[in-house]
Design a protein around this ligand. Structure first.
Ligand SMILES: C[S@@+](CC[C@H](N)C(=O)[O-])C[C@H]1O[C@@H](n2cnc3c(N)ncnc32)[C@H](O)[C@@H]1O
Length: 350
């Protein structure tokens, strides 16, 4: 077992390479690691990603303002519920009332489109509001809130982990399956970059929402990798067979665990693990508890299941993974798990 500061990130990395016999002892190990991990969380090391975002102070100072907006929205919604009338169309004048971009995010909260807007800073473009206008300023402020910065950091961290993993493989023909793929921006950007280095990354994108897949296919075409992408519309829970059949090098599932209760998450990840070939990699992520979470739930209408490194680690361990790392993006709001199916796990049935 080892706990270390990940060389390249001002985040942290928990490695679990134990081969402990029981789930209970593995979970206890993860607990101990997460506790020790707390001491490493804010160790500053040099970021090796030039595009990480780390603008903490303006948004920490705005915390009381966020608190007021949250309580106000919570009260409005509670009164509406008690009166049996529809929830207010506008949660807050200072958020979705005057900010067209923030309103668009609120209206598709939890879906791939909201992430696509946040990833690409579309708030500033003419589609929403002009840069010099009040609406543009409001959108600009909220697009920089810590949770928006963090989710863009998650995208970059996931891309970097996937790219590094592929570069370590002794093949130039790699198969990746993206579950709950959404716009699949991360894997598409990685495939595009690696194509330029002579590595072909074949992508199978699975999502329950056909419009997300159509969007992803178009994104792949505009990135010059349209011929490397296949899509499958359906529920990931019913698509596990595909993992058995395709024998992918990497399965990525980012942005889904945040909505799955523990038991469902464990069952799904356990099935994914069984479908993975020996030495296959599984990447997933979860949002961690942070002070903006009540604002995100009440004002942005974006409800998620918040975990921490311990509970994310416990889910992976309970799903049967014995070899995994947890890495946080630099703001500590999103954790990514990188798990490898080791040969020792082959006999396990859960
Ligand atoms: C928050 S988005 C994440 C998209 C993308 N992975 C990303 O990180 O940008 C969640 C995605 O999961 C998809 N989804 C939700 N439940 C699903 C299910 N049961 N099976 C397949 N896809 C699902 C949604 O359609 C949506 O595209």
């Amino acid at each position: 077992m080892s706990v270390q500061v990940y060389a390249g990130y001002p985040g942290y990395d928990v490695s679990n390479s134990d081969r402990g016999p029981s789930l209970a002892s593995r979970s206890a190990d993860v607990d101990r690691m997460a506790q020790r991990d707390a001491g490493f969380r804010f160790v500053a090391t040099q970021s090796d990603h030039p595009r990480y975002e780390l603008r903490r102070w303006p948004h920490l100072m705005a915390a009381p303002f966020l608190g007021v907006l949250t309580v106000w929205t919570m009260m409005k919604k509670t009164v509406c519920r008690m009166l049996g009338i529809a929830a207010p169309r506008v949660n807050s004048l200072f958020f979705d009332g005057l900010g067209p971009g923030t309103k668009a995010v609120k209206e598709c909260a939890g879906q791939w489109k909201a992430l696509d807007i946040i990833y690409n800073h579309r708030f500033y473009k003419q589609k929403f509001a002009a840069r010099g206008s009040v609406a543009g300023w409001i959108d600009g402020f909220w697009s920089g809130m810590l949770n928006c910065q963090a989710v863009r950091n998650r995208l970059r961290l996931a891309e970097m982990e996937i790219k590094h993993a592929i570069l370590e493989m002794a093949t130039d023909d790699v198969r990746v399956i993206s579950l709950a793929a959404g716009s699949a921006q991360g894997v598409i950007e990685v495939a595009k970059e690696l194509k330029q280095r002579g590595i072909r990354v074949s992508l199978l994108l699975i999502d329950i929402e056909p419009r997300a897949l159509a969007y992803a296919q178009n994104l792949a075409r505009t990135n010059g990798i349209g011929d490397q992408v296949e899509v499958l519309a359906g529920d990931v829970r019913k698509s596990i067979r595909v993992i058995h059949d395709r024998r992918p090098d990497i399965v990525e599932m980012i942005g889904l665990l945040d909505y799955l209760p523990d038991l469902m998450a464990i069952r799904l990840i356990s099935a994914i693990r069984r479908g993975l070939p020996d030495e296959g990699l599984f990447l997933t992520a979860n949002i961690y508890k942070n002070f903006e979470r009540h604002f995100v739930k009440w004002v942005m209408n974006w409800d998620m299941i918040y975990r921490n490194a311990t509970s994310l680690g416990n889910i992976l361990a309970s799903a049967g993974f014995q070899d995994f790392r947890l890495v946080a993006e630099p703001l500590g709001i999103h954790g990514i798990a990188i798990a490898r199916k080791s040969p020792a796990e082959m006999g396990q049935v859960r």
